[in-house]
Design a protein around this ligand. Structure first.
Ligand code: GRF
Length: 215
């Protein structure tokens, strides 16, 4: 079974979706540890209750990004993971860190990348007036919120949406596509072909996540 380390900074609902999928027998992986850069991350409690090893490494205790990233990598590598999953981990990672985990570092971002990298994606989508928004799971490269796309889910932007309504609609999709992406990785079905992710299957089931509106 593939070993997975999850990095969080806060609520941890995507982490919870991964735990729930594992508990339901839909995600045959070993969730080895959850690591947070914030001691007060709510997700740490959730992980501990689920019997998963938890750690926190306070980024404020380090002189700079490189020193924090080195300590983080040391902690992660102690678990010898096959995959590191960023689930609401709100730190920019140094190029050296990202290169160390090339092809085994995934992130979820609340927009249809390459649109709206960075923060406040839902508010920016509303301000731009886009009619379709969503979320993306991708392999991480040194460029922030960028990298080979594994899966995306699209949702409509409805008249009258505010940031809360839109983010909730997107989050429901995040909780579906992240376990799916990790499952594909665990099954050895994801391969990198340059900047593209290929999914080995007779039928690429990524199409199933396209909103019915778009079919
Ligand atoms: C999610 O919207 C995720 O896409 C983004 O940060 C948020 C984290 O939420 N990177 P949670 O901690 O998983 O609940």
């Amino acid at each position: 079974m593939k070993k997975i380390v999850i990095l969080i900074s806060g609520r941890g609902s995507n982490m919870e979706a991964l735990i729930a999928a594992r508990d339901a027998g839909n995600l045959p992986v070993n969730l080895a540890a959850v690591i947070s850069n914030r001691p007060d991350a709510k997700g740490l409690e959730t992980a501990a209750k689920a019997g998963i090893a938890t750690h926190y490494i306070d980024h404020k205790a380090f002189a700079g990004r490189e020193a924090f990233d080195a300590a983080l990598a040391e902690c992660i590598d102690g678990f010898v993971p096959d995959l590191v999953v960023l689930a609401g981990f709100m730190r920019i990672l140094s190029e050296g860190f990202v290169r160390h985990y090339e092809g085994r570092l995934m992130n979820i971002h609340p927009s249809l990348l390459p649109s709206f990298p960075g923060l406040h994606t839902h508010q920016r989508a509303l301000e731009e007036g886009v009619r379709i928004h969503g979320c993306t799971v991708h392999f991480v490269t040194p460029t922030l919120d960028h990298g080979p796309v594994i899966i995306q889910a699209a949702v409509p932007v409805l008249d009258g949406d505010d940031e809360g309504a839109l983010s909730a609609r997107v989050l429901r999709q995040e909780h579906l596509i992240y376990p799916q992406a990790v499952r594909w990785f665990a099954e050895g079905r994801l391969t990198l072909d340059g900047a593209r992710v290929r999914l080995s299957a007779e039928l690429d089931d990524r199409a199933a996540f396209i909103s019915p509106l778009l079919r």
